[in-house]
Ligand binder design. Structure first.
Ligand code: HXC
Length: 262
């Protein structure tokens, strides 16, 4: 698997935790088109073809950055025709089809596309050194990987507007306070904490985890009534899972469940 990629590193441990590391530290893990397509391909591969991988952690290599954004040097000469006909950034849409949970372990700058990549993940854990921002406006453009849509859903319109219109960065603590990140942890404990969360999730029933993730994702898109109906159908469908029978039997018999993941 590792050999298939040149700009990211992918490692899958036997406990079901996969780690995808963006590996361009010299450019602060800026997302050029190769990095972007490798992240998407690796996630789709781990999601669909890799039974061992149950949770995917995304992080950046080096001490400074998760990802400092799309690669500005690559974008500088793009024309409107290239962007439009080349469907620039459309590849990220497919990341939404990933059923396994994605955890962003934000180890430093998460700016522009880097912040947007973190927001595509299901849980954001931040190092105390992390900084988040949408500085596209300072480059004469706007966010293009979901920032104007996911940030207001995460932190509310006024705060999102302020960040997107000023281009200012915020620190980890502030990101947690406003609900962008779930937790901030000491820098040298970030991966350990991310592994703990991922490993815990990986002990649960794979289809139940996928259903829970999908329901929460749907809550960001639809009305309350529609979301509640969606949840109810997914909840009812849990009773067609072997894992529901096993999970409840295990509780009643006071023993740990042994999932078949079916
Ligand atoms: C390309 C980048 C880069 C980026 C940093 N580098 N960010 N290269 N694209 N987004 C490169 C620098 O050019 C430099 O390379 C090296 O990484 C180290 O960066 P420095 O700037 O020297 O580091 P420092 O002074 O510590 O400043 C860190 C920083 C700054 C504050 C994060 O690098 C910065 O502001 N980066 C750009 C952040 C940004 O605007 N992101 C949004 C991008 S637009 P050399 O070779 O010079 O040493 C975007 C749009 C997404 O993401 C969706 C639509 C496409």
């Amino acid at each position: 698997l590792r050999q298939s990629f040149s700009t990211i590193d992918v490692d899958v441990a036997s406990n079901g935790v996969a780690v995808l590391t963006i590996d361009r530290p010299q450019a602060l893990n800026a997302l050029n088109s190769k990095v972007m397509s490798e992240i998407v391909s690796a996630c789709l591969y781990l999601d669909r073809n890799h039974a061992t991988a149950k949770v995917i952690i995304i992080t950046g290599s080096g001490d400074k950055a998760f990802a400092a954004g799309a690669d500005i040097k690559e974008l500088a000469s793009v024309s409107y025709a290239d962007a439009y006909h080349g469907s620039m950034l459309n590849g990220w849409e497919t990341l939404r089809s990933v059923r396994k949970p994605l955890i962003a372990a934000v180890n430093g700058y998460a700016l522009g596309g880097g912040c947007e990549l973190a927001m595509m993940c299901d849980i954001i854990l931040a190092s105390e050194r992390a900084q988040f921002g949408q500085p596209e406006i300072t480059l004469g453009v706007i966010p293009g990987m979901g920032g104007t849509q996911r940030l207001p859903r995460a932190v509310g319109r006024s705060r999102a507007m302020e960040l997107i219109l000023t281009g200012d960065f915020i620190k980890a603590e502030e990101a947690v306070r406003i609900g962008l990140a779930s937790r901030a942890v000491p820098h040298d404990q970030l991966m350990e904490e991310a592994h703990k969360v991922a490993a815990k999730i990986a002990t649960h029933s794979v289809p139940a985890v996928a259903k829970a993730k999908e329901c929460v994702a749907v809550s960001q898109e639809v009305s309350l009534g529609e979301g509640l109906r969606f949840e109810k159908r997914e909840f009812w469908s849990c009773f067609a899972l072997e894992d529901q029978k096993e999970g409840m039997a295990a509780f009643v018999q006071k023993r740990p469940p042994v999932w078949s993941h079916k």
